[in-house]
Design a protein around this ligand. Structure first.
Ligand code: SF4
Ligand code: MG
Length: 323
């Protein structure tokens, strides 16, 4: 498979000051993240809230500036692209947000919302744009009848269909979907998931699917990256990761999900403590204060990133000298 997106050592650091007399503190929201997304696949990014998965998604689209690292899209390094060129490129890289209501302008009709990206990119004549909007509405399960309605007239599921239509109308290559079904009722979630899967087949889309919902991620993705406090701690093919997680954090995260396959053996791992803040993360392995397998070296040294079978894991347990 051909890589579409290559992320290398992506970092997003920022500084905050909690009060006038407090020292400046550094938040390492995304800390040295490396992964590749191949054409036509769905790559999941999972982890608890605050782990940096949304920031990673936004940094890839340059909706938020990153601190350092390389972002290659279709072979081209876009990490330093000026804003004007990046705007052009957004036609190829779109985002679907968690809350379609917040991301759709309440003062605009569906027709305006759907034709605007086409207009901004100078695509088609005005008449053709209307036609495209109608076609797109039908593809996502709405109709021409909705063209002149406003976002508030729709249900949450319908609004997400509109948000998806707006992203797909440009015929992008990559869509980053950040918790696209988390705000929806469970009964609606699978409809929207199925729509995303159908669009992926019909329009040859590549997805990055960001979610904390492991059931949805298992259903939806081909490969997964697990994030913890700004670090990518494990990546593998989805079925492989769920069947045989390697990183202690992945094991703990997955042990909370009900078993679906009889060949899966799982012990329930209960983590100690809360997710620490990305402000002043623990030394060494960020996960060490909660890790059931913590060794002395974990408290001081950053874990190496190693290949374990088809997994890529950042953990001292798998370093050659500890195996
Ligand atoms: Fe646990 Fe050490 Fe591996 Fe971190 S590096 S996950 S503390 S065993
Ligand atoms: Mg998020």
């Amino acid at each position: 498979p051909e890589p579409l997106l290559e992320i290398k050592q992506l970092k997003k650091y920022y500084e905050i000051k909690k009060g006038w007399f407090q020292p400046v503190q550094q938040v390492r929201a995304v800390d040295d993240v490396t992964f590749t997304v191949y054409k036509g696949e769905t790559f999941g990014l999972v982890g608890e809230s605050g782990c940096g998965k949304s920031t990673t998604g936004r940094a890839i689209l340059r909706l938020q500036e990153h601190t350092s690292g390389e972002i290659r899209f279709a072979g081209r390094d876009i990490s330093g692209l000026p804003y004007t060129e990046m705007r052009q490129l957004r036609r190829k890289m779109q985002m679907v947000f968690q809350d379609p209501y917040a991301s759709l302008n309440p003062k605009k009709t569906i027709l305006q919302i759907l034709t605007e990206p086409l207009r901004v990119h100078g695509l088609y004549t005005p008449e053709e744009r209307v036609q495209k909007a109608i076609e797109m509405l039908e593809i996502v399960g709405l109709s021409e009848y909705h063209l002149h309605s406003y976002p508030h007239e729709f249900s949450g599921g319908q609004r997400q269909r509109i948000g998806i239509a707006r992203a797909v109308i440009l015929q992008p290559e990559l869509i980053i979907a950040d918790e696209p079904v988390s705000a929806l009722d469970v009964s609606i979630q699978s409809q929207v998931i199925n729509l995303l899967l159908q669009l992926q087949r019909d329009f040859h889309l590549t997805y990055i699917f960001i979610s904390h919902d492991l059931g949805v991620v298992r259903h939806m993705t081909d490969r997964v990256g697990v994030m913890y406090l700004g670090k990518l701690v494990e990546q593998a093919k989805t079925e492989e990761l769920f069947r045989s997680p390697k990183h202690p954090y992945t094991r703990a995260l997955l042990s909370a999900v009900p078993i679906r396959h009889p060949d899966e053996e799982k012990e329930r791992v209960v983590l100690k403590g809360d997710v620490p803040s990305p402000l002043n993360p623990p030394e060494g392995c960020h996960f060490h204060p909660r890790c059931p397998d913590c060794m002395q070296i974990c408290k001081t040294d950053k874990p190496p990133v190693v290949e374990v079978g088809d997994h890529v894991v950042a953990c001292h347990l798998y370093a050659t000298e500890n195996r």
